[in-house]
Design a protein around this ligand. Structure first.
Ligand code: NAD
Length: 496
């Protein structure tokens, strides 16, 4: 589907403006759009406050009905939305549609959740009293998202935030505004079907980091959920903390797979290749490091190189292609810099070169790279957002776990083993220090049902399933005295 066909299928109208939107598929300009400015951002934040004041009064299961309707819109338009992701972000068709499926899944999850926003009833020490915890809507939620999940990250936040009684303001990446316009349009259609949702319940703030910065600094927005690089999170997190706001930070990863000597090599190979080259290495959960046991180090490396040599690279909309383009030239340059550094450290680099440059002179397709560790490069601590797999060898599992953990990031990790002791150690308090610790499952991707996020410089936030919804609400503890006495806590006597 081309841009016009996608817009037609979605019923989407896009205002023209001066800001150029590029496709990484061929590097061409798709269209030009209008961005927000400081005045329109101010108006939208005021509207979000008004929308919140109405929406928080709607019973939670009725709020869930809006998200159910939105999920229906996503189902109906899955193909067109997937095609928009492919066009603007460069994901292959299966990954584009897979991202939309994640949005459908979170809508189902959130609809069910709208009847389960449970608080606790707690045993009280005082007679004829009750003690309980209640969860209340928080306020307008600011969402900042990265280019590489141009729709799903917003939906994880929005589906939960809206059933929790909040309004949302979304500042998408300036590299993928059309994906955001498409999502916002379908949300608006769901609101029309629902009929009684307040205007301004979900709004887009289109622009670059200045627009994000205005949102982040505004104390009418009690929660900022920001997904992107660690430097962005460091800036955003400190500004939000400075005004005592809450933040959910989902930042960079540096994910590793440990392959033990008992591993099922076929499984490990599939997980490593998909994890390292999927989305052209541009996922927060991309497999960036492998620690292979000395017994199988050579064999696994040979099989990996074999798999890499046959990877179908090209137009992400074409059938059979597994590796699409990098997002832009900047990403390509950063990849080349990282590979130069690896060579300088004595590593052997296989792949990494630009391909298809004749066919796409303005787009950046690369052969994914494997870097074999050297004596002076035994680990890599920086996330380069490109398909570079650093391959290391280990002798003892505890050493591999230590090296895996010895990086600033803590998002996703995995071990391939058939030894129950190794699996249990890896997932124990002495094992992986990441937010995600898998056994015989790769690092890349995650199910909606679990809480998603990572530790250390990955930011510590959690989104999506489990009890992540609590991050979008405020907790109130209420003690109720239904006696005619005034007993004080801890038995204190205070007669007047
Ligand atoms: P980025 O940090 O360049 O931009 C992310 C978003 O932040 C964009 O919308 C950008 O405009 C905005 N932004 C940047 N500086 C800002 C500021 N000072 N104030 C307010 N907003 C600001 O990231 P990117 O290149 O789009 O995405 C790649 C990065 O995102 C990688 O590091 C990747 O690991 C990370 N990521 C993390 C997760 C996760 O869940 N942990 C998911 C996806 C991507």
């Amino acid at each position: 589907m081309n841009y016009q066909e996608i817009k037609k299928a979605l019923g989407l109208k896009v205002d023209s403006g001066k800001f150029e939107v590029y496709s990484p598929v061929d590097g061409g300009v798709i269209t030009k759009i209008t961005l927000d400015d400081a005045v329109s951002v101010e108006t939208k934040i005021s509207d979000a406050v008004k929308a919140f004041e109405v929406w928080r009064q709607v019973p939670a299961p009725a709020r869930g009905e809006l998200i159910r309707l939105f999920g229906e819109q996503l189902r109906t338009h899955k193909k067109a939305l997937g095609a928009m992701i492919t066009l603007e972000c460069g994901k292959i068709t299966a990954e584009g549609e897979g991202e939309v499926q994640e949005m459908i899944d979170i809508c189902e999850f959130a609809t069910g959740l709208s009847r389960q926003l449970y608080g606790l009833t707690i045993a009280t020490e005082r007679p004829s009293h009750s003690l309980r915890e209640t969860w209340h809507p928080l306020g307008p939620v600011g969402i900042i998202s990265a280019f590489n999940f141009p729709m799903a990250v917003w939906s994880w936040n929005t589906a939960l935030a809206v059933v929790c009684g909040n309004a949302v303001l979304w500042k998408p990446s300036e590299k993928v505004p059309l994906c955001a316009l498409a999502c916002q349009h379908l949300f608006d259609v769901a609101c029309q079907q629902y009929e009684t949702s307040p205007p301004g319940l979900s709004q887009l703030l289109l622009g670059e980091r200045d627009v994000g910065a205005q949102l982040v600094a505004d104390s009418r927005v009690p929660l900022i959920s920001a997904t992107g690089s660690t430097p962005m999170g460091r800036e955003v997190g400190s500004i939000v903390a400075g005004r005592f706001g809450k933040s959910i930070l989902e930042l960079g990863g540096n994910n590793a797979i440990i392959v033990s000597q008992t591993a099922d090599l076929k499984l490990a190979l599939m997980a490593i290749v998909f994890g390292a080259v999927g989305t052209a290495g541009q996922r927060c959960t991309t497999t960036r490091r492998v620690f292979a046991h000395a017994d199988l180090h050579g064999e696994l490396l040979e099989r990996l190189k074999g798999a890499y040599s046959g990877l179908p690279i090209g137009d992400p909309a074409s059938e059979g292609v597994l590796v699409g383009p990098l997002i832009d030239k900047d990403a390509y340059d950063k990849m080349q810099t990282a590979l130069e550094e690896a060579r300088a450290a004595g590593c052997t680099v296989t792949g990494g070169e630009r391909v298809l440059a004749d066919q796409y002179p303005d787009a950046y397709y690369v052969q994914p790279a494997i870097v074999e560790g050297s004596d002076s490069l035994m680990n890599v601590i920086r996330e380069t957002f490109a398909p570079i797999l650093y391959y290391f060898r280990f002798d003892e599992l505890v050493e591999a776990i230590d090296r895996q953990n010895d990086v600033p990031q803590g998002l996703s990790s995995a071990i391939f083993t058939n030894d129950v002791r190794e699996a249990e150690l890896f997932t124990s308090a002495l094992g992986s220090d990441c937010g995600i610790a898998n056994v015989n499952v790769g690092t890349s991707g995650a199910e909606i049902g679990g809480a998603f996020g990572g530790e250390k410089e990955t930011g510590g936030g959690r989104e999506s399933g489990s009890d992540a919804w609590k991050g979008y609400m405020r907790r109130s503890t209420a003690t109720i005295n239904y006696s005619t006495e005034m007993p004080l806590a801890q038995g204190i006597k205070f007669d007047i």
